[in-house]
Design a binder for this molecule. Structure first.
Ligand code: F6P
Length: 373
């Protein structure tokens, strides 16, 4: 397996805090190991535009603490098209890039797999790829964490703590929507970290009526508490729960009025906060800097060892069969897992078919009431 000499690196899809740590890590480790590192701007889109330039250690000297990605990012739907990938391969070939590190989520890593598909490459210049999981959603399988998740969770916790202050002052109910696309991970974990009264997430598979009833039951139970200080309600809703928050609020308010006709409507009205893209920004946490740096180290070393079609993964929660992944020799907390297996397992996770998905779906089932301390 020939070692890669010229390694391209790109960030693709939704940006995630900690991507810069990975870019920096790859550049520094690449330099130390005698490889040339090339930064590609704006993901696959920049690759198609030939926005490719050498990265030297001084270019990445001050990016570790910055959110977003110094290379920029983009979503590139055209990449599903084989002819478009041929153009991208031609650009890589022009620069003599024989190894590519793709930092991104599900769609971006799927693109990487196709780009380096030997059947598509044919007699063209060889190309090896290693993926690095980065998505605040934590919706990639076979890695315990993706870059950006920890910072996003901390941002949510900080915002919810602030909302809880004003909610407590006014005895109010807040429904707070958090990002996560089709995955409820951020909603579930931040609900625990925030001490929320209820978490709504798509994996639970509950319908809108049930969600409304759950919120109403929670509000009524909390309102019955003796201590005024404990009468605020925090509900964290994943964006993947299909009903828009305004409609959810309207239905909850109507039902509360129906059940408590004597209550002051202004007093029971719920408030809504959509945290939106705030969750994706900000300085990366120490954990995301660490994960980004260490996964990049493993990715560069894998390409230098002539490896390909793998994802550098952070402590998968399982012991993997050798056919799926091997523990990285460079870092005992990292694995190199088969990229195709990652994508298959991710599909299973998002469709609720994997053991992890089933566990997540029922995680709060028998302790729902226990959240109402
Ligand atoms: O995948 C990351 C993510 O932030 C999701 O949580 C969210 O649904 C989506 O990207 C938003 O994408 P965009 O910024 O392109 O609207």
């Amino acid at each position: 397996m020939a070692p890669c000499q010229r390694i391209g690196i790109l960030t693709s899809g939704g940006d995630a805090p900690g991507m810069n740590a990975a870019i920096r890590g790859a550049t520094l480790v690449g330099q130390a190991l005698g490889a040339e590192i090339f930064g590609i701007e704006r993901g696959y889109r920049g690759l198609l535009d030939d926005a490719v330039a050498r990265l030297a250690p001084q270019d990445v000297a001050h990016i570790l603490r910055e959110g977003g990605t110094m290379l920029g990012s983009a979503r590139c739907k055209e990449f599903h098209d084989r002819a478009v990938r041929d153009r991208a391969r031609a650009v890589l070939g022009k620069h003599g890039i024989d190894g590519l590190i793709v930092i991104g989520g599900n769609g971006s890593l799927t693109g990487a797999l196709h780009l380096a598909d030997p059947a598509e490459i044919g007699s063209g210049p060889p190309l090896k790829v290693i993926g690095i999981p980065a998505s605040i959603d934590n919706d990639l399988a076979l890695t315990g964490l993706s870059i950006g998740v920890d910072t996003a969770m901390n941002t949510i916790v900080e915002a919810c703590d602030k909302i809880a202050d004003t909610a407590t002052a006014h005895d109010r109910t807040f429904i707070i929507e958090v990002m996560g696309r089709d995955c409820g991970y951020l909603a579930m974990t931040s609900a625990i970290a925030v001490g929320a009264d209820l978490a709504l997430f798509p994996e639970a598979g509950k319908g809108v009526d049930e969600a409304v009833e759950q919120i109403v039951a929670t509000v009524l139970a909390v309102r019955a508490r003796q201590s005024r200080k404990a009468r605020r309600v925090i509900v964290i809703k994943a964006e993947g729960v299909s009903i828009p928050v305004d409609q959810l609020k309207a239905r909850v308010d109507a039902r509360l009025l129906e059940l408590t006709p004597d209550a002051d409507p202004a007093g029971i009205e719920t408030r809504v906060t959509v945290l939106g893209h705030v969750v994706r920004g900000g300085r990366p946490s120490a954990m995301d800097r660490l994960i980004g740096s260490r996964l990049a180290n493993v990715a560069v070393r894998a390409l230098r060892a002539g490896d390909s079609h793998k994802m550098a993964a952070w402590m998968p929660p399982v012991v993997l069969p050798e056919a799926i992944g091997t523990r990285s020799a460079a870092d005992p907390y990292c694995w190199l897992v088969d990229l195709s297996a990652v994508l298959v397992e991710t599909e299973n996770l998002l469709k609720g078919r994997s053991p992890l998905a089933r566990w997540r779906a029922g995680a709060f089932d028998d302790i729902g009431d226990a959240l109402l301390l």
